[in-house]
Design a protein. Sequence first.
Length: 325
Amino acid sequence: MRILSGIQPTDSIHIGGYLGAIKQWVELQSKGECIFFIADLHALTVPQDPKTFSQKTLETAVELLSSGLDPEKCVIFAQSQVKEHAELTWILNTITPIGELERMIQYKEKSKQFKDSVNVGLLDYPVLQAADILLYQIDSVPVGKDQAQHLELTKTIAEKFNQKYGKTLKVPEALVLGIGGKIMALNDPLKKMSKSSPETCLFLFDEPEIIKKKIMTAVTDTGKTIKYDLVKKPGISNLLTIYSLFSGEPIKELEKKFAAKGYADFKKHLAAMLIEKLEPFRRKKKELMQREVYIKEILERGRKRAEIIAQATMLEVRQKVGLLV
Ligand code: TYM
């Protein structure tokens, strides 16, 4: 079983990305052949500062390692270091209808948010994502719910390529969690927690006093009871989900535990639990931020291993398409 997923180096990792994706990656490391990468080419589709961008990529590598990825158990690399991602994207572009890309939810949202800088890359983003996956002949892609549409398109593109040129690319399956697949914003439980709006996020490496402040001011619902009800109580339901996934206690148990308590008491317990659970993450990040050479070595080792698989697929793709090899 070969597993792959990626994350953009646009801001620090938040608890949505962790609970929806990275926590699964950590668990899957011992179950299959895992490939994880930092999607720096994707991040370029919105404005980045060239002076700090490569540092952000390294910091994301540090954060992934601090969240539990083990370079002895999985491959970790930066997308732009393996040139085949861009090469396969171009070939897949030639079989992808523009209409399919224009109806992608993320494209519609981001082209509104960055309306002064809507570039071809923003539209082409899902084709690069398809190339990321199809290069490695992947079985399973663990992602949050927001990536499900991109994964569907990846399957469509793979099938189209195979139909046109003969069976070459493996058609992957998305692995999306039922609970945790979409963690909502603390200040607006009807919106997804998202790096493109940092004010909605609780970051994995936030300091204790920040965690406390963000949880205590999280938007809750009318009423008093601590009960999971996505329609009537989206705020409390989101906090219960976060509590349950970090503590390992089922939501039903938490409802019982806090049956006689009010929202403020529940939030105090949640903040204290998060501060404790995230302490090792913060400690590891501080330590690894001092070890740039080691981090670069890990990424270089990852690049070499990824490149071998990517080059084999590209050779076959070139032959099938009829390019000179
Ligand atoms: P990115 O960097 O936005 O997010 C990384 C992972 O975190 C998940 N996620 C969430 N899950 C639950 N609740 C949330 N609020 C939440 N916010 C983020 C995302 O679904 C994702 O799994 N396009 C991708 C990166 C990418 C990729 C790929 C992923 C590039 N190529 C190939 C898989 C396969 C992205 O922007 O993720």
